[in-house]
Design a protein around this ligand. Structure first.
Ligand code: SF4
Ligand code: SF4
Length: 118
């Protein structure tokens, strides 16, 4: 269930601590065979790496701050920011609710998800 408790009447980034600039999310394919599952299990050994599934699409999440995020939580390269940053807007973002259907943090959670127990 989506947590809508923080959704204000008008959406905006002004009050946000720039949550989306503090992790890197990349689309990845669902692992198709034993080797790909093994590779993904290995990546999940690292405490900065997670995987999430949303609308049956898989994403890798790497925690870490963008080099252009200032101490004031503002983008220091706002006018030259990449397209992917321009496309990422509230309310379909980290601040305003759950942006994933399933979050996978460990190799065991990946095994459970693939076995239909997640
Ligand atoms: S897009 Fe969402 S997570 Fe990113 S700064 Fe705006 S409100 Fe925050
Ligand atoms: S370039 Fe700017 S908007 Fe994009 S992730 Fe970095 S700080 Fe955030």
């Amino acid at each position: 269930m989506t947590d809508n408790s923080r959704i204000p009447t008008s959406f905006g980034c002004r009050e946000c601590p720039a949550t989306c600039c503090k992790n890197l999310a990349m689309g990845i394919g669902k692992p198709q065979n034993k080797n790909e599952v093994d590779d993904l299990r290995w990546q999940l050994h690292f405490d900065t790496v997670k995987v999430y599934v949303r609308n049956k699409r898989w994403y890798q999440l790497v925690e870490g701050k963008c080099m252009y995020l200032g101490d004031d939580n503002r983008c220091q390269e706002y006018n030259g920011r990449p397209q992917i940053c321009r496309r990422h807007n509230p309310p379909d973002c980290e601040l305003y609710g759950r942006y994933y259907d399933t979050m996978i943090s460990t190799p065991g959670e990946l095994d459970d998800y693939l076995k239909g127990r997640g």
